[in-house]
Structure formats: C-alpha cells, structure tokens
Design a protein around this ligand. Structure first.
Ligand SMILES: [Mn+2]
Length: 491
C-alpha cells in the first residue's frame, strides 16, 4: 500500500535496503489521529486554539567530546511523527488535525560535514506532515494560528521512575500550558497497537527470531558469549535493517544465566561457553523504533541433560499455560500466578520441592525462583508505557506480583512478552534456606546440585487478539525442537 515518493533521495516511508519492511508515514499520521480523537473525547478543553506540542529527542554528546551517542528518537515523538533527526518539535491542532513539524535551522557548514541541507518542503514530503517550519519559528507560527492552550507531555515512566522531558521553546510563556492532560491519554493510545504498528512489530520480531536461530547455529563450547551477541547484532542489521538493538544483549552461559540483566558494562558477555553450559540469550532488534524482546535458552552442546530438561520443561509448561489462558478480560496478575503455580508444580514433580503449591505461593517461594514479572508491554519501548495508568489496577504488593510492570486487564491489540523463568540465584536461595516458612518446601539435597547451575527463561512476544493470543515469535521451543535445530549445525 505504501506509495514511495522519491524527493532528492528522501522517501515517504521508512525502509532499509530493498528487502526490509516499508513503514509508511501514514502509520504515524494514524497514531496522531487516534491521539487527537482520544484527547477531544476525554479532555475538557475547547478544541479551537488548542495544540498538542511535543519535543523530539536531542543529540547527547559523549562526555566533553565532539562525538555523540548514537541517536535514537524519543519514543512519544517517534510514535507521533516517525522522524529520524534530533532536535525537532511537533504540534497537532486539535481543531482540524493539522500536523506541524518544526526542524532545526542548520548552518551552511552542515552541508560540508553532514550532507545536503534539506528544505522544509523535503521534510514535509518525507514525513507526510501537513506543514513544516523551523524550530526558531514555533512561537511565531503558533501565534499566527491563534493558539491559546498548549498540551505538553509530563509524566513519570512506571518502569524507570524517570520523568518525560516536557517541551520548552523560546516564547512558550506567551501561551497557557497544560501538562496534566496529555500523558495518560497518549500512553493509553500506545498500549493498543494499530494494525500498521502490529505489522512493524511482526517484522522486527520475525527478524529477531531468525537471528536467534542463526545464533544457535554459531554457538558451541569454546565460543565466547560476546560472539553470540555479535552474531545477533550482525544478523538483525545486515538481514533486517535493524541499526539498533532494543536493549543491551544478555548472553549468559552457565552460572551467568542466573543473572537477570547480565551483559552490562561490569559483566560484558565475556565468558567462554563451556560444554555442559545452558545458554540464556535475551536479545531483540529494533526497527523504525519498534522493539522485539526474545529469550532463548538451550544447551551449548546441543543436547539437554536430564536436569536441564526438568528445569526447562517446568518453564515451558508455565509458558504454555499462559499461552492457553491469556485473552481479553483476563487479568495479567492472574496470568503471572498461573505461570508461577505451573512452574512450582513441575519443580515438585521433579523432586526439587515438596508440599502444597498454593502454600508455597503464600510464603513467596514463587519470587525466589522467578524474581521478575511474567512479562510487560512492548512497542516503541521494550518495556512499553501504560503499565500503571489512572483508572487501571495499581501495582500489587504480593511476592512475585509486585515485580509486574503492569497489572492490567488484557485487551485485544495489546502486545506483551510472556517470559516465565526459573533461576538459581545464590543470594535468594541463601535467604530462602534461612527462612523456615520457605525452606520447608525445598529439598535441600536436591537443590545443592543446582547451585551455580544458572537459569532458564523462555520469552515470547505475543499479540492479544479477540479470542486469545497470537505468538509472533518463531523459534524452536520444545526440547525436541531445540535439539533438532542444534543438530543441524554445520560446524
Ligand atoms: Mn522482556
């Protein structure tokens, strides 16, 4: 459907190479349309003279140098405008839906270092907006349009605790500004994905799935974890056009698989993978801003031991239970508990635990083995916004549930991860063994064998449909599928 207009080498859709997905700019226009309709419906403001004003991301210098961090657009701005450049602003006229993009007025020298200066008309065509001006004209243009009320974005991200950067520009004090209305309305819009957004998510999740499968074929004992990271990043970029990954790659092997966010600067995927290790690889590409977030866990040598099979199948059973139960009007908190109960029951069958599973949950044993939530919203941000908005369930306080990034009731059009896990984390196990309420459920002699063993996470990206769940992830998942895929390695 995407009509591609070439304007001085600029296109009206986002694409990388000839084989990656074309993302038409109408995706962003439609997002703006949804936002305007929602604000008009819910906010008690006169539409005449009211404008939504967003500030795009800015370039961040690397310390005191003249090098910048690789630029990634701010997500709310990306959602509305799909603009690749830093330093822009955007405005939406509530009265008539007009979209206005403000771009920086660049010095002539830009042409020497960064290339041809594009005209306002180039930008207008490229991003499919109605009007374009320079950022030093924002106040003037809004005055000409008789703007009286500006709705700006101010809110706290429920995952990071950080604040959005509210739009400011020279002359903003000439207008009445409301920063209360917009945040929850735009977050709510981002929670429900449009068909066009789903198409992009399907694409980036498919490329990331293929990249995981490719990585599984490069791994064997003797390969370093960072080589798996490198193989993934190469695949998603060279095949899929994903310049960025959505978060730092987590490539834990052996004991490192129990470190939930392994791969950070202090533990940079630098261990050599050993025979007998399980690999837990959590990686996702990013395309046109949209994220994937997939975890595959598999034995480095391609063949599960009995212990590896037992733990893996406990997590897989939890994942399958959620896949079968998740659908509209179901509470995400209930899905978390289904996953925990299924996994604890499997560990009990495997001889690691004894006693009643409901009693184990009451004393918080679920959080010992899975100290994170079942999953989270996904979209432009890997932990997408909207988890805890006014009018929806607040963060629960019970063990396990309190880790959830959302407690919401599921609705069609949501995209979430389903990522149950089972880990052997020394500090948590030490605490549990000292707590008689918890230790009575643990078979200490059996547990010893799993100290330092690592962990398993199985993470799929799913769309909630009218009737259930559509799994957008496509990787080997059962023990048999994984062993078969690993056996097809060429090396
Ligand atoms: Mn995740």
């Amino acid at each position: 459907m995407a009509e591609v207009t070439h304007m001085n080498g600029l296109e009206s859709c986002f694409q990388r190479g000839n084989n990656s997905l074309k993302v038409p700019m109408s995706l962003f226009r439609n997002n703006c349309g949804r936002l305007i309709a929602r604000v008009k419906e819910n906010a008690n403001v006169s539409t005449a003279g009211s404008f939504i004003v967003l500030q795009g991301g800015v370039e961040i210098p690397f310390n005191d140098t003249d090098i910048c961090w690789p630029f990634r657009q701010e997500s709310f701005f990306q959602w509305c405008f799909g603009v690749e450049e830093p330093g822009c602003y955007g405005a939406l006229d509530l009265a008539n839906g007009t979209s206005i993009l403000f771009v920086p007025r660049l010095p002539a020298e830009y042409a020497i270092w960064e290339g041809k200066l594009h005209s306002l008309e180039d930008f207008r065509k490229r991003y499919g907006v109605d009007e374009t001006y320079y950022t030093d004209e924002i106040a003037k243009i809004l005055k000409l349009k008789q703007a009286t009320l500006l709705l700006t974005l101010s809110g706290q991200n429920s995952d990071s605790g950080l604040q959005t950067k509210e739009a400011v520009f020279d002359g903003i004090n000439q207008f009445k500004v409301d920063n209360k209305i917009l945040y929850s309305e735009i977050c709510e819009c981002r929670v429900i994905k449009s068909l066009q957004e789903i198409e992009v998510l399907e694409y980036v999740i498919k490329i990331s799935s293929d990249a995981h499968k490719s990585v599984m074929h490069t791994v064997k004992p003797g390969v370093a974890e960072f080589q798996a990271e490198a193989a993934f990043m190469h695949y998603v970029y060279s095949v899929g056009g994903c310049r960025h990954v959505s978060y730092t790659c987590i490539c834990g092997s052996g004991h490192n698989a129990s470190i939930l966010h392994y791969g950070h600067a202090g533990a940079p995927n630098n261990k050599v993978i050993n025979d007998g290790d399980m690999c837990l690889f959590d990686m996702g590409g990013n395309y046109c801003g949209y994220a994937a977030d997939i975890t595959c866990t598999f034995p480095a040598n391609g063949k599960f031991t009995e212990d590896q099979k037992m733990i893996y199948n406990a997590v897989l059973a939890a994942r399958d239970a959620v896949m079968n139960a998740a659908k509209p009007n179901v509470a995400w908190t209930d899905m978390h508990l289904i996953a925990n109960k299924t996994m604890l029951a499997s560990l009990k069958s495997g001889g690691l635990l004894v006693g009643d599973v409901d009693e184990m949950i009451k004393v918080g044993l679920n959080e010992i083995f899975q100290p994170h939530g079942l999953g989270h919203f996904m979209g432009l941000d890997v932990h997408d916004v909207g988890g805890y908005l006014p009018g929806h369930p607040e963060r629960p306080s019970a063990p396990g549930l309190r880790k959830l990034r959302t407690g919401r009731i599921l609705q069609a059009g949501m995209v979430l991860t389903i990522e149950p896990g089972c880990y052997f984390i020394d500090c948590l196990l030490d605490a549990a063994m000292k707590n008689p309420d918890q230790s009575k459920f643990i078979v200490a002699d059996e547990l010893k064998r799993f100290r330092g063993w690592g962990g398993v996470r199985i993470e799929d990206d799913v769309l909630i449909t009218e009737t259930g769940v559509k799994n957008l992830t496509d990787v080997p998942r059962t023990v048999e599928e994984i062993e078969k895929w690993m056996a097809a390695r060429k090396n």
